[in-house]
Ligand binder design. Sequence first.
Ligand SMILES: [Mn+2]
Length: 344
Amino acid sequence: MLTEKQVKDIRKHLEKAQNPLFFFDNDADGLASFLLLRRYLERGKGVAIKSFPDLNASYARKLYELNPDYVFVLDKPAIASGFLDEVKKMNLPLVWIDHHNVPKPEDEIVYYYNPYHNDKTSEPVSYLCYKISGKKEDMWIGVIGSIGDGFFPEFAEDFAKAYPELWGENIKTATQALYTTEIGRITRILGFGLKDRTSKVVAMLKFLSTVKGPYELLDEEKAKPILQRFNQVNSKYSRLVDKARSFVKGNMLYFQYGGDLSLSADIANELFFLFPDKLIVVAYIKGAKANISLRWKKDVREVTLNAIKGLEGATGGGHEHATGAQVSVEDLPKFRENLMRQIS
Ligand SMILES: [Mn+2]
């Protein structure tokens, strides 16, 4: 967790900011982090970062376009030096809140906050932002960001009391909440909403910045564009998950697909929830490349790195139970074999 002092310092930064610009990771945790701070402060603009893994230098143009007096970066493990250079040039204070296991940045201009550097914990950034804002009426946003990031917050209990219809009986884990409850459905709605065109995302952020509560997100009228988008993506998504379920073979579930929408991380997450004992491998094929999401109850990092060994131009890495890899399509069969050999 952040210290009491750090939480107070962040509040001070927020209060000083008259026109803050929030850059946030393009997922439920990043989005919820932005919304919690935005709704606390009642000012500022948000930009979802689509570059991966860092906030890349191309986003510096947003600084010129929106002319902020303060920059906040939420839930991103790295910032490109080209971006930092522009921030320096414009003399802007930069507050960076993250929770990834990465070294502290050396840059002097950065006010850096990461619970990992306090006590090796890595609560989602939205969880931290809920502690910073302290607005009870926004607890639902803290829940969305937390379960979206696989974290079960202690305030889930209060949430269940306040919104029993959005929760359920015997919900014990974050993934259970994500896939079996109404607040989980809302989390997935927002996740797919972030995959829309930029103009649609901007409209969604505007709506969410002032929305009264979670029920408005299920309101067919008030949340019409967001729900329409969700239904559209979700029908594709559900078909893919249904199809993938029949691809279990031994200790592995290997599934590959194409199309114009990358959903491999989401598909892999749900398959991992459905088949917690299998190594989950979901490959999204686009052109000559395959982007692969892997999930496993054991350490999947080494398995991933071993599987790309010797494959030309292949990359891979990630977290203990969730990794990603990119290989060329022609090497996919080899990649699959390399995985199979390691786990059987
Ligand atoms: Mn994130």
